[in-house]
Each structure stands twice: as C-alpha cells, then as structure tokens.
Design a protein around this ligand. Structure first.
Ligand code: NAG
Ligand code: NAG
Ligand code: NAG
Ligand code: NAG
Length: 413
C-alpha cells in the first residue's frame, strides 16, 4: 500500500479521493518510512551516524551525529567541541538540517569543526520504541515532557558525553526542547555541569501570556484535572502518515495553488503574518512534521497555561498525594539552573510570549536575552526563516566560538 504514495494526483479532488482511500485501507501510519534525517544528511554530502540510546525507563531513542564536514579539509584528530541540538513538540532531528547545507544550524556547526549531535524525544518518528511497550498501546504514550526532560535528555546527554569523552556540551534547543531543559536542570541540578553554554530558541516555561487561540479553548476543557483530560491523556497525537506525505508533495510544492495551506498551518500555530518563512522548504517541513507526540504533552502545556505556573503534571488531588506527597504538583525551581542561559525570543510568537520569557529570565540566576528586532518574527522563524542564518545561527555560533576561545580547555574526562 505504501507504493500508493508515489501516485501523483492531478487535482485537489483526486488527492482527496486518494487520501480517503489510503485512510480506509492504510489505517496504521507507516512512520518508519519517514525516517528522513540520515538520508537527507547523506544527500547533503555530510557524514552521518545513527546512535541508539536506552533510557532508564526503557524507551529506545535514536540520535543522529554529524561527526565531520566535507568543507573541513585539514582537520586535526584532536577532540572536537560537542554541540547537542534538541527539537520541539511534534518535531524531530530533521528541524536542524532541512534548510540545506548553507543555512542549517547543524551543518554550520559541522563546518566550524564541531561534533554535532541531534536528539529525538520519545514518541517522535525516530524514537517509537520501548523494551516492553508497543507504540500501538496506550501504555507507550503515558508520558509528558517531564519524562522527556528527566529520562530522555539525561540518557542522551550521558550517551554523548560517554562517546565523545568531553566533559560538557553546548546545548541548543527550540520550543519544547527548552521546556525539557528547564525540567531537567531544575529537577536534577547536577546536570548543569554537563552543559558548557545554553541557547534556547522560543523558550517555553511560563505560559501566562501565551496567545495561541486553541489554547484558550483547550485550556477551558483540559487545563485542569478533569474526566475529559483523564480520558484524552496518553494517546498518540498526529503521527506522520502516508496520506499526509501524499498531500505534502501536491499541496506544498512551489507551484501549487494550495500552498497557502502549508504556510497557513505554521502561521496559525506559530504567529500570523510573518514575512520570513522560507517557502521553498515547506515540502520538507510537511514531509517530516508532525513527528508524533503524546496527548499528555499538550495537556500538560494547557495546565501551565491555565495555572500560570511552571509545575509538574496535575493528576488531581488524590493521585497527586500518591505521586508527589502533596495535593498540588511541585513547581519546577528554575533558580536551580546554574548555567548562564541565552534566551532568543520575539514579539509575534504565539507559543512563547515576550512577557513570559522576561518573567522566566527574572527568575534565572543568569540569563542573556536577545529579542529579535522584527515585529513579525514567529515561533517557526527560529528554524525555517530565510534569514535564520544571520538572525539566529551566526549569533549562536559566535557566542560559542567566543566561549571556546576563552575557555580553551575541553575538560576531557
Ligand atoms: C592542527 O594542529 C596544529 C598543531 O597542534 C596547529 O598548528 C594547526 O593550526 C591545527 N589545525 C587546525 C585546522 O586546527
Ligand atoms: C502512567 O504512568 C504512571 C507512572 O508514571 C503510573 O502511575 C500510571 O498508572 C500509568 N498510567 C497508565 C494508564 O498506564
Ligand atoms: C500577561 O499576563 C498577565 C497575567 O495573566 C497579565 O496581568 C498581563 O496583562 C498580560 N500582559 C499582556 C501584555 O497581555
Ligand atoms: C530555503 O530552503 C531551501 C530548500 O531547503 C534551501 O535550499 C535554501 O537555501 C533556503 N534559503 C535560505 C535563504 O535559507
């Protein structure tokens, strides 16, 4: 049935009919067909390694590594500085490479002589495995971004440090990747020593001024423990399907009459009216997103939005007492974050509001704020804008290079 994806549909109605047929006959998403990162990196002529990481609660994650760059002709066999990139919700390692060799953050780092590692959180296209649980059972999806922070990030960071024999990594994350950073560093502060510099794009911790319209509605029904939130938690949310891939090829291509639908979805979620989105890479975005997540992750975010606090999952008084030994979930103490955190944020980001980032910064022991000087810059422009190189990537690399030059020892283990 997968071959059907290669059929070309000639118009929107034929597409819809084909899609309906695929939905009927092709019920289960064949996500393994969409593991694109390794293929894309090879196509871009960079070396790539795939690494499998086991978490303490037995999830099996896939990481990708770009150990070298074809543009570095004379490299020494010394230990390279290591950079670790962590994606956002419904996203994956693809986020850091689909812009192509000139402007993708991962390749830019490789070209500068860094050893580049990209994480994949449990539940996304690359990390749908567990020692005992199957991804088609709801057992598998019983997690939020709290677990991604304390289990996945720890496992991946420790794995990278072990493989590369460096003492600490440079940490870059987008969106939910930043949430998991704050979860980890507040819950297990000794991990602060494992990061050298930290760069958080569109950071999310407090959501008091978050302005996504669906959260206003979702918050009412799911923003606190209720029967509905209990029933809806623990399911798989929006995996990439072959149906969708068919749509991407047709709808997001540059000469499609319907390409406004592709950018429309990103604008609807990330911030309306941006002039920065790179439309050429929309087919790649569409092919690799949404990459899968648990509904519990969304519900947990809605709880942050409704409560205005940054705290653990609210199970309701009864279960909270059992789980946390108190009636309400514990707060994440972001004052435990010891590293100096670079926060990159913008005015038109529906997910990460200016007031929330600045409030977060006021609670951090050390924060360096960079507010994008464009009023229309949205949540996805941090990854996929035409000027992402100049506005974001060059800035991050410059900061890290400065750090490396002023701290020239690599803390070898
Ligand atoms: C390689 O190492 C040598 C000696 O340690 C140094 O002089 C040279 O600049 C290094 N080359 C690069 C590209 O770092
Ligand atoms: C989900 O995991 C928690 C432990 O984190 C456990 O207490 C709970 O019973 C699990 N729920 C389901 C439905 O498996
Ligand atoms: C942000 O949220 C706070 C608390 O809910 C509120 O008092 C404030 O007016 C909001 N600011 C903006 C600019 O909406
Ligand atoms: C836009 O995306 C395309 C396709 O991935 C890429 O080749 C191009 O370099 C990007 N343009 C900019 C300015 O980043």
């Amino acid at each position: 049935m997968f071959n059907a994806v290669h059929l070309k549909c000639k118009n929107i109605w034929m597409c819809l009919t084909l899609a309906a047929m695929l939905l009927l006959f092709d019920g289960l998403p064949q996500v393994y067909a969409f593991k694109m990162t390794a293929k894309l990196i090879s196509n871009h002529n960079y070396p790539v390694e795939e690494h499998t990481v086991h978490t303490n609660d037995d999830y099996i994650l896939t990481m990708y590594r770009i150990p070298d760059s074809p543009k570095l002709r004379y490299h020494n066999a010394t230990v390279k500085p290591v950079v670790f990139l962590q994606h956002g919700i419904l996203c994956a390692s693809d986020d850091w490479i689909i812009n192509g060799p000139e402007t993708s953050l991962a390749y830019m780092f490789a070209d500068m002589g860094y050893d580049v590692w990209m994480g994949n959180a449990r539940g996304n296209t690359y990390s749908r495995q567990h020692k005992h649980k199957r991804p088609d059972s709801s057992d598998f999806w019983n997690f939020s971004w709290h677990e991604i922070g304390v289990y996945d990030l720890t496992a991946m960071l420790d794995y990278v440090l072990d493989e590369t024999r460096v003492g600490s990594v440079h940490f870059v994350a987008h969106s939910q990747g930043t949430t998991t950073f704050f979860v980890l560093m507040s819950s297990m502060p000794w991990y602060n020593e494992k990061v050298r510099t930290v760069h958080l794009l569109a950071p999310i911790a407090f959501m008091r001024n978050h302005s996504f319209v669906l959260s206003k509605v979702g918050g009412i029904f799911l923003g606190y423990p209720s029967f509905l939130s209990m029933v809806l938690a623990g399911f798989e949310l929006l995996p990439t399907t072959s149906v969708q891939k068919l749509f991407c090829e047709y709808i997001c291509s540059p000469n499609s009459h319907f390409k406004f639908l592709c950018s429309g979805i990103l604008n609807f979620i990330g911030g309306w009216g941006t002039r920065h989105l790179n439309h050429t890479l929309l087919p790649h975005v569409c092919e690799t997103h949404p990459a899968g997540a648990s509904t519990t992750q969304i519900i947990h975010y809605l709880q942050l939005y409704t409560s205005g606090d940054f705290k653990q999952f609210d199970h309701g008084i009864h279960l909270n007492l059992k789980k946390y030994n108190q009636e309400t979930p514990p707060h994440y103490e972001v004052s435990n974050v010891k590293s100096c955190v670079n926060l990159y944020y913008s005015n038109n980001d529906y997910m990460s509001a200016v007031e929330d980032v600045e409030y977060l910064a006021s609670l951090l022991p050390c924060a360096d704020l960079y507010r994008i000087p464009y009023d229309d810059w949205n949540h996805y422009d941090f990854l996929w804008s035409v000027n992402v190189k100049e506005m974001i990537n060059d800035r991050i690399i410059e900061k890290i290079e400065h750090y490396e030059k002023t701290h020239d020892h690599l803390h070898r283990m």
